[in-house]
Every structure is written in C-alpha cells, then in structure tokens.
Design a binder for this molecule. Structure first.
Ligand code: C2E
Ligand code: CA
Ligand code: CA
Length: 737
C-alpha cells in the first residue's frame, strides 16, 4: 500500500516538474524568438549597408577598368587596326604612360601581356572566360601565374566595333582587396566574409597571409556543428536569396545575415556577430532565469521528498504501535492477521494448522515473581517459539499469556519437541497448554479457527503432561452450541429478556446497605432463569457482551431513576463492563449522556472492570479510568487476586475500589495463611486509599475474619443473594438487607 502511495507521489513530482519545465521553456523560447527576430532585422540591415559600401567600392574599381578598356578601344578605332599585335602594342604604350604594371591585356586566345612587358597565358582562368562573354567580373583569391602571389583580378571585355576582341585585367594584391572590402563594421565582435557560390572564403574581415583554399570553405566550417544551417545557406545562395541564421562556429555562437552581391559575379557577403555581443543582457537574464527555475524545482522536489519521508516515518511509527507487541517486541495480533492473510493468499493450496497455547498457572508466576518477571517470561517464550518456526509461519501474543501461531509443519515429533517437555524459561519452570486445529478451509475465518484451537486446548486442561490437544470434529457440536447461544442472546437482548439482578454490598459493622452490584440474568419467554455463567463466556469473543453490558446499564439507570422519584436515599450501584470497552473511544461520553438523560448523578454509578485488563497497556487503562473520573464515575477492580494481578500492579492503575475475589474465602483450611494474605492486601489498599469490597462472604467466620483485618464492606450470600429489582427495591428503600 505504502509503496503504491510513494510511486504515485513520485509520478506526481515528475509530471509537475515536467509541466513546469515545459511551460518555462516555451516562455523562454518565445522571448528568445522575439529577441532573435529583432537581431535578425538589425543584422540584415547592417549586412545590406555593408554590402552597399563594399559594392560601390568594388564597382568603382570595375568602372575604372572599364574606362581603361573604353579608352583603349577608342585608340584602336582611331588607329583603324585591330590586329592582336597592334592592340598589344597600343596597350603597352597605354600602360607605360599610366605606369601601371598591374594592368594586363589578353587576346581572345588568352595570351596576356602585363604593363611591365611580361607575358603569361590566362587561357583557362574563369575571370578571363567571363570577360570574353562580355561580363565584367572579379576573380576569387588566386595565385598569380606571374609571381606566385595571392591576388584578385578584375577583368572586363575589350570591344571593337561591337565585337569582343580581347580582355583587360587589373591585378590586386590580396591585401589591397581586403582594404577595399573592409567596411567599418558595427563592433569589434563582428566579422565579415565574402564567399563564392562554392563556399570558398574570398575575403575575411581578418586578413590572412597564408591562404589555404581547402581549409577556407565556409560551408564546411559551418557544417561541422550546424549541418542543417549549412544546407539551408547553400540552397539560399544557389537561388540568390538573402537570409539569417544562428550557428555555432568553433567556440563562438553567432548570428549571421547574408546577401548576394549581385553586381559581382558569384560573390556573397556574410556578416556575423557573437550572440553575446548582440544580447549580452538577454543572455544573462536567461541564464539567471534558468538558474532560478532550476533552484525552484530542486527546492520543490526536495520539499516533497522531505514531506514524503516525514509521512513515511509517521506511518512507520503508527505501524510500530499497531504491529509491535509491547511486551514481547514481536508481532501483535493485528500484524499476525495481516501476515496470515498474506500467507494464505500466496499458498491457497497449502496445508496449515492453527495453534494456540498458554502458560499453565501463569497467574501464580505473576503473583510469585512479580510483573517484570512475568513480562520477561512472555518475551522469552515468544523468542523461543519464533526461533523454532519457519519463515513463513506466523506467531503473535493475543493477550496475557495467550499465544497464537499458524504452522505448516505439525508433525508429532515437532509438537512433542515444542510442548511436551518441561521448559526452563529465565529460571522458571514452565508448562504449556496447547490446542491445534488443522485448517480445512483457509476461508473459514481466523476467529473461528481460533475458537476451534481453543476448544482443543481447553479439553486438555486438568491433565498432567497433556501436550497438545488436537481439534476433533466432535467439538463442532460445542462450537455450534456457542454459536447458537450468541444468536439467542442477541435476540434476548433486543427483546429485553436480559435484565439486572441486584446484590447488596453491606457494611458489616452497621448492617447498612453500602451499595449494590447489578448482575445479568436471562429470563426466557417461558420464565426460565439462566445465570450469566451459561451465556456470558460464549459472548465474550464476539461483540455481544457489549450489548449485554449496555442493556444492564440502561436497566440499572432506569431502576435508580424510579427509586429517586420515590424519594429513596440511593446508594451507588456498580455495573460490570467487559474489557472490550477499553477500545471504545466514545465510551465515557456515552455513559455521561445516558446518565444525563435519566437524571442519574454520576456518584450513584460505579464501573467494574475485571482484573484481566491489566494486561493491556497501563497507559491505555489509566486514560480510560481518567475519562471516567472526569465525568465523576468511580472504577472498581473486580475479582482481585483471581488471576494475574499482584499487589504491585495496584500502584500503576488508578482505581478507586478493590473487590477481593470470592476465591480467597473459599474452602481455605489454613486460616492463618488466609489472614496473612488478607492483612497484606488491607495494608496495601489502605496505603493507596482504596475502598475494599470482599466478595463471596458466606459465613459468620468470613465476617469475623473481615472484622479482624479491618474490612468494612461485604458482598455475599451471607447477607443476600442477587435479587430481582422488585425485591431489591425494598432493601433500597429501607437501607438495609
Ligand atoms: P462477578 O462480577 O464476580 O459477580 C459476582 C458473582 O459472584 C455473581 O455471580 C454472584 O452471584 C456471585 N456471588 C455473590 N455472592 C456469592 C457468594 O457468597 N458465594 C458464591 N459462591 N457466589 C457469590 P453471577 O451473577 O453468576 O455472575 C458471574 C459473573 O458473570 C460475574 O462475576 C461477572 O463477571 C459476569 N457478569 C454478570 N453480569 C455481567 C454483566 O452485566 N456484564 C459483564 N460483562 N459481566 C457480567
Ligand atoms: Ca462484578
Ligand atoms: Ca467479582
């Protein structure tokens, strides 16, 4: 269950973070797009301006050369001779006059002559071929055939009478061309490239002395980190489009705008700028934003994890309270039920047996050695059996010294080994009574299985070396009888057949009525009276006992109310409540409301709790008692000395009245010993300021003994048996029995 919750919570965190991240990313993207479009507009403007400056400077150079070509052409016309020889002569003449070594004339075959008089062939050169086609143009960066230097060449056609008879070129040293093209850029962080359609960088804003054509391809440089952008650029340039892109070049991230320089064949201008230079603040803002976002998410996740952990710890603590037995530190019955459920689910076809066992005469161990020793023994017993059990077998303490287990191996040897031998547990000799029920159907219900095992155990009681009693189908009859009683009692309660009889408590010195106890009787429709021994034990395992208790309580309240109305001086009446009420949160409030409704003051009611409750957590009991005290009801401990209690425990439980069990007076021959015990109890009760009621007072000897050890209040046949309301009403009125 818990794991499922955790998984859900983790999924929640992940989804939430993802949604948050996506939202912020989208937002940031939007902001970025806006910034980008601004940058794109600005940069495109800059690149256009640069292009205009560069173009006009280059066109000036081209125009100058065209002027040279025109002048030469005029001279040829004037001379009336356009033979190559004549043209060459006139050119050299012209160049000498212009003192321009960089000028060059070529005939149609590519025989070129320079102003210096040197000659070379430029037949295959692109610039030459273009000029022959009538296109004035500028070459890419090439190596001079004359002197091996890096040069650019501007080339224009030479016309004569409408025909192209050759070309005129001018060479520019690479550096010269750089100077012409280096338009003043917007900042030092910007850079500029002129490339041709194949991507070769012709001019770069940083002049490079060493020019390696292969390593200077812009597409290739771009392609490395931005293949898509490079492809798009190539496409755009092919179709002479202008454009804008963002890309990573080396360590830098740049924005770039590009545009064709249409006036010059095959040239394109790209202007780039570092993103940080364009939007330094935006980048910082974005970084800070991402930082904060990250921190917020981290914090949220951490908080959620912390909350989850806290919750887990809390539920672990709660589980510990519910699942760990205080006395044995082992499993509680609640945990046992869960474990068994799991075990059954995992092995629906497995063979299991239910085993219950308890320690013989544990009450004497408690009385003799004290509670701490009793607890220690219980702890050792749990440990001993746990160690002897398989991993899949379950064990728990139910209450007091009663344990329950579900076993897989119930071979005779094993059972004899565990239960037959006398055990020495922390220095005390211990025997066990145990009952085994081989489970027939795992769907039968743990309650019924335990009833059956208990029945088997009960059958062994009173036998020496009894070992383990095994459930036999004969017992089914007894169970069926219990089941029947339970049902009949429930019906009896609803039909008002369960009524209280009252037994007086008498002050032995004055003979006056000191109080009374309400005791359940079942008067059937046929008028038959059934004593509680015959139906209460059967009801104690189910919730039926609660119904009986409340019925008796209600009838008692009604009785007191009637008596008060008759003007009787009422004394308190005690009502028995079983230990199951200990876990009923609304118990005292329920009690208070019922008393209020009937107008019965709290001082006329006493609650009797049987002493077996001491096996519940002392804190629980005291809280329960405290609540009753708060509404003004006294609490008496019933059957003191009959079972597990010891004088020590009186210190821990905050009761008002001690009812000494009738077993103390029964059939004792050793009156000295009896007297000693009585005296010890009297002293302790006195010290703790407890009222004492002695139960089962049947004889004058009993009364004499009480007088000797200074007890005052008796309840027993000597004074009166429990009587019905009518007869008790007379005693109540007269204040004596
Ligand atoms: P208890 O609370 O200890 O009640 C006293 C029992 O001792 C009564 O038995 C009473 O009849 C019997 N008794 C009184 N004086 C003498 C005497 O001098 N000699 C002998 N031998 N017995 C005497 P009863 O009425 O049969 O009740 C038996 C038990 O049933 C009660 O023991 C009590 O534990 C339980 N019980 C009775 N009514 C209720 C009830 O309304 N609710 C609950 N939870 N338990 C009840
Ligand atoms: Ca009682
Ligand atoms: Ca009693």
């Amino acid at each position: 269950m818990r794991k499922k919750h955790l998984k859900k919570a983790y999924a929640y965190i992940i989804v939430l973070s993802a949604v948050l991240l996506t939202a912020v990313m989208l937002l940031m993207n939007h902001v970025k797009q806006r910034l980008l479009s601004d940058v794109s507009i600005n940069l495109t403007e800059i690149v256009t301006q640069n292009k205009d400056v560069i173009t006009s400077k280059l066109m000036l150079e081209v125009n100058n050369l065209e002027l040279v070509s025109k002048q030469l052409s005029e001279r040829i016309s004037f001379a009336g001779d356009s033979s190559d020889m004549k043209v060459k002569e006139m050119f050299l003449n012209y160049a000498e006059r212009g003192i321009d070594d960089m000028l060059c004339y070529s005939d149609r075959e590519g025989h070129a002559v320079y102003g210096s008089g040197e000659e070379a062939s430029i037949a295959g050169r692109q610039y030459f071929l273009l000029a022959l086609q009538g296109k004035a143009n500028i070459s890419e960066r090439i190596i001079s055939r004359l002197n091996g230097e890096d040069i650019f060449v501007i080339s224009v056609p030479l016309n004569h009478e409408g025909e192209i008879i050759g070309t005129i070129q001018k060479q520019y040293m690479a550096k010269e061309m750089y100077d012409i093209c280096s338009a003043s850029l917007f900042s030092q962080q910007g850079s500029m490239y002129i490339i041709n359609s194949e991507g070769y960088i012709l001019i770069n804003s940083e002049y490079e002395e060493q020019y390696n054509k292969e390593s200077s391809n812009y597409y290739r440089m771009l392609f490395l980190d931005n293949p898509k952008v490079a492809k798009k650029l190539e496409m755009d340039i092919e179709t002479k489009q202008e454009g804008f892109f963002e890309a990573q070049i080396g360590k830098e991230r740049v924005f770039s705008a590009y545009t064709p320089i249409e006036e010059i064949h095959d040239w394109y201008l790209i202007t780039s700028i570092n993103t940080n230079a364009v939007m330094p603040n935006a980048v910082i803002v974005i970084k800070i934003f991402y930082g904060i976002l990250f921190a917020v998410i981290l914090f949220a996740v951490a908080m959620m994890m912390y909350l989850l952990l806290l919750k887990r710890k809390q539920s672990e603590e709660l589980e510990k309270i519910a699942f760990v037995d205080e006395v044995t530190a082992g499993d509680t019955y609640t945990k046992f039920m869960i474990n068994v459920q799991e075990l059954f689910e995992q092995n629906p076809k497995g063979q299991f047996s239910m085993l219950v066992f308890d320690i013989d005469n544990f009450k004497y161990i408690n009385a003799f050695y004290g509670f701490d020793k009793g607890d220690e023994i219980l702890k050792c017993v749990y440990k001993l059996y746990r160690e002897n059990m398989g991993k899949r077998e379950c064990l728990a303490r139910i209450t007091a010294d009663h344990f329950v287990a579900v076993l897989q191996d119930v071979s005779e040897d094993r059972l004899r080994e565990i239960f037959c031998a006398e055990k020495n547990i922390s220095g005390v000799k211990v025997y066990f009574s145990a009952g085994l029920y081989p489970i027939k159907d795992i769907k039968e219900g743990l309650g019924l299985m335990m009833d059956k095992a208990n029945l088997a155990s009960r059958r062994t009681k009173g036998r020496r070396h009894k070992g383990v009693g095994v459930y036999s189908t004969e017992y089914d009859k007894e169970l069926a009888k219990n089941e029947r009683i339970k049902r009949e009692v429930e019906q009896a309660v609803s039909q008002g057949e369960i009524i209280p009889f009252f037994q007086p408590k008498v002050d032995i010195h004055t003979g006056k009525l000191a109080g009374a106890e309400a005791l359940a009787r079942w008067i059937t429709s046929t008028g038959k009276l059934i004593p509680p021994d015959e139906f209460i034990p059967a009801c104690e395992h189910t919730g039926t006992i609660d119904k009986i208790d409340w019925a008796i309580f209600d009838a008692t309240l009604a009785f007191i109310k009637r008596s008060m109305e008759m003007g009787i001086q009422c004394v308190p009446i005690s009502v028995n409540f079983s230990r199951t009420h200990l876990f009923d949160i609304g118990f005292s409030e329920n009690l208070r409301q019922k008393m209020m409704q009937q107008g019965v003051p709290a001082k006329l009611i006493e609650v009797e709790l049987t002493e077996t409750i001491i096996f519940d957590n002392a804190e629980n009991i005291n809280r329960f008692i405290e609540e009753l005290h708060e509404i003004g009801v006294k609490v008496s401990m019933d059957d003191f000395g009959s079972g597990y209690s010891s004088l020590h425990m009186l210190k821990d439980v905050n009761i008002d009245v001690l009812k000494i069990d009738r077993g103390f007076l029964k059939g004792t021959t050793n009156s000295k010993k009896q007297q000693a015990i009585f005296e010890a109890i009297a002293q302790m009760a006195n010290k703790l300021e407890l009222e004492v009621v002695v139960e089962g007072v049947e004889t004058t000897e009993n009364v004499e003994l009480m007088k000797k050890v200074k007890y005052n209040v008796a309840q027993g046949y000597f004074y009166s048996r429990p009587v019905d309301a009518e007869r008790f009403s007379t005693m109540y009125k007269e204040g004596t029995v």
